[in-house]
Design a binder for this molecule. Structure first.
Ligand code: SF4
Length: 434
């Protein structure tokens, strides 16, 4: 009888990619993939450690797995376990620890454990140079859009971030390997690709490649209809970069430039290496080369020592940048980072107040941005049907990544159609006629 494996992911898109790659590896080796519920023989939790809360959630999921089947093999993979200096601290309930850069060895480690090879609780020292870990995908949970992991690690050391310590230094995936994956995925019907990594803008710095040449190569692939870029470093947006992108018709006018704060003094304490002005220049350039692009960002409020004046400076800058979407995070302390040691930690109450101010402002900008599309033609890639106010609609995304709903009796899954925006089905979702 086939052994049953249940997997659960926590954290970012890179983790999600790695989980799906592990799942594919297991299925190919004859395991049956089952939902994360009681009854599995093996549980794999791909953990996250980005905040203290992520640590807690990771521990909770590991306990949950153990409870679901006390006899099962429980595997803790990824960043949370990578961050544990002392493996003794990890719950005895865990049988196998699979740190970063070891996910490729999953089958070998699991089989060895089952043969009585003992518990595996070592992680690699990622402060030492390591190769890009070879993981592969030919299908994903989503049926129309595929995330391509092209890079791992980060050399930036932002003062609030633990990631460089648990993911190690920048390692880029070979261009040819990325292209092989794109071909496998296009053969399986995928049309939209999202290039992703821990610090995507660093792609190639370790091997004499460049992100632009990778994008150009993916753009050349037949079957690829749309390309999105994951989170970009603002400084990568130069006239030359944007101009080259704008000459590639498959590039979606949807860019996520991580901001974190619109105040220079706060940015400096965060060890972010750009100023608010430089960031705004990146937005200007993108708006020059793309018509009405969707610009999105992340902002942290209540970073240590963020005064009311600094927050106000940041708020004004974010207002000026005029984002389609702003993801607001309250600063969350993370042990092992420099920011955790800083004096002047901001109270929870104040962080909540500041986040509400930005959330409200973000909603207004989003609405204004979306209204610009009323009466306009958009291109939609359809994904699935959904119920909105008791009715069934086909749902897809425009090139800007705006959600659109269409009434149709046809099966539109994975079809690309153009439509006219007539209004809103609900907040944040267009009604379109095709
Ligand atoms: S760029 Fe900064 S925030 Fe992003 S992973 Fe690297 S250190 Fe963390």
């Amino acid at each position: 009888m086939k052994k049953k494996v249940a997997l659960h992911n926590l954290g970012c898109k890179v983790n999600a990619y790695e989980l799906e790659a592990m799942q594919e590896m297991l299925a190919e080796a004859g395991y049956e993939i089952v939902p994360f519920a009681p009854g599995a023989d093996v549980y794999i939790i791909n953990t996250c450690t980005v905040t203290n809360i992520a640590d807690r959630k990771s521990r909770q999921m590991l306990h949950k797995a153990r409870k679901m089947n006390p006899e099962a093999v429980v595997i803790a993979a990824g960043c949370y376990v990578q961050a544990q200096k002392d493996m003794g601290k990890i719950d005895d309930a865990i049988d196998i620890v699979l740190g970063n850069n070891r996910k490729q060895d999953l089958l070998f480690i699991l089989e060895n454990y089952k043969k009585g090879g003992g518990q595996e609780k070592e992680v690699l020292d990622l402060e030492k140079p390591v190769e890009y870990e070879s993981l592969k995908l030919s299908a994903t949970g989503e049926h129309t859009r595929a995330y391509l992991k092209v890079q791992d690690g980060c050399n930036q050391f932002c003062s609030y971030c633990i990631i460089p310590y648990v993911r190690g230094r920048v390692r880029s995936r070979k261009k040819e390997e990325v292209l092989e994956e794109v071909r496998r995925l296009t053969q399986n019907g995928y049309q939209e690709f999202v290039l992703t990594g821990i610090h995507l803008s660093s792609y190639g710095i370790d091997c004499g490649e460049s992100l632009m040449s990778l994008i150009e190569a993916v753009h050349e692939e037949e079957g690829v209809r749309r390309i999105r870029l994951g989170s970009l470093e603002p400084r990568i947006i130069t006239e030359e970069f944007a101009e080259k992108l704008s000459r590639m018709p498959k590039i979606c006018p949807h860019f996520h430039l991580s901001l974190q704060s619109g105040c220079d003094a706060t940015l400096k304490r965060m060890n972010r290496r750009y100023t608010a002005q430089e960031y705004l220049e990146g937005c200007r350039i993108l708006r020059h080369y793309f018509e009405n692009p969707a610009l999105t960002t992340d902002v942290i409020v209540g970073f240590p020592q963020e005064t009311e004046e600094e927050f106000e400076e940041s708020r004004k800058m974010i207002d000026t940048a005029d984002f389609y979407e702003t993801h607001i995070f309250k600063y969350s302390r993370r042990k092992g980072t420099r920011a955790d040691q800083m004096e002047g930690q901001v109270s929870e109450q104040e962080k909540t107040r500041r986040s509400h101010v930005l959330i409200q402002m973000g909603k207004e900008h989003k609405q204004q941005y979306m209204e610009k599309f009323l009466g306009k033609q958009v291109e939609i890639l359809f994904e699935e049907t959904a119920e909105i106010q008791g009715e069934t609609w086909w749902i897809g995304h425009t090139r800007e990544y705006l959600k659109a709903a269409v009434k149709s009796d046809e099966n539109l899954e994975n079809c690309i159609k153009s439509g006219t925006v007539g209004g809103f089905a609900e907040e944040g979702v267009f009604i379109c006629a095709i």
